[in-house]
Design a protein around this ligand. Sequence first.
Ligand code: FE
Ligand code: FE
Ligand code: ZN
Length: 277
Amino acid sequence: MNKLGCHVSMSAPDYLLGSLNMATSQDANCFMIYTGSPQSIARQPISKLKVKEFHQSLKEKHIPIEDVIVHSPYIINCANSEEKKRHFAKVFLAQEVDRVNQIGAKYLVLHPGSNPDKALGCKYIAEAINFVNKKNNHVIICLETMAGKGNEIGSKFEELKEIIKQVENKNLVGVCLDTCHVSDSGYDIKDPSATLKVFDDIIGLKYLKVIHVNDSLNDKGAHKDRHANIGEGKIGLKTLKAWVNYPLVSKICKILETPWTIDGPIYKKEIHMLLGK
Ligand code: FE
Ligand code: FE
Ligand code: ZN
């Protein structure tokens, strides 16, 4: 079965159970959560999140725990030039990986970080992952392809390749490809097979673990990172449909991170559009 889902919230009082219910109410068969606010580092203790009930309910709904993706908060920058901030980022990342492990999930999406010196930034990011992996043997950190805003690292496949090269345990590192970001960074994504050939030549397809399916408000190469609803941006429904239904990625979780309306998300409609129902 094709894996297509969406980013859902996780909040009191039902936490993970609420996330799962929100996902299935949108006809998603996989989903992504943050362990707290994406812009903050405040986190609830895992004991509050209803992990046991969550696993029971996943089982009943036939959703494997691997299809629950976690995204780390935006504000940590493992590539920071300042040693103190970099240290803070890697310690937070280690705690986040521990939380993901306690939830039982397998994939943690990470924005690689920012540094004007790309090579140095790549080195710092790999150092952070190696640090985290001293106490991790389960969670795969998935470096997200970025739009290339400011000094963001990861807008070029070569940068992700460089980070992976320096990660000691290759089984614990992967990539999350975001269609909006990859288009914004300048890649032509009209034909998934052509884009994935480039990805394969540079990074290696075996590292592709998650896909974010978003339309973009801006043209290819804009470096803006503004998501649009499916079919309402510059990428368009035809291309996004081609990605979602591309057989090579059917077993990879594809997650919508499209804008919500004042009435909430419209994922259900978008999921049906993408699946052609
Ligand atoms: Fe992201
Ligand atoms: Fe994304
Ligand atoms: Zn984005």
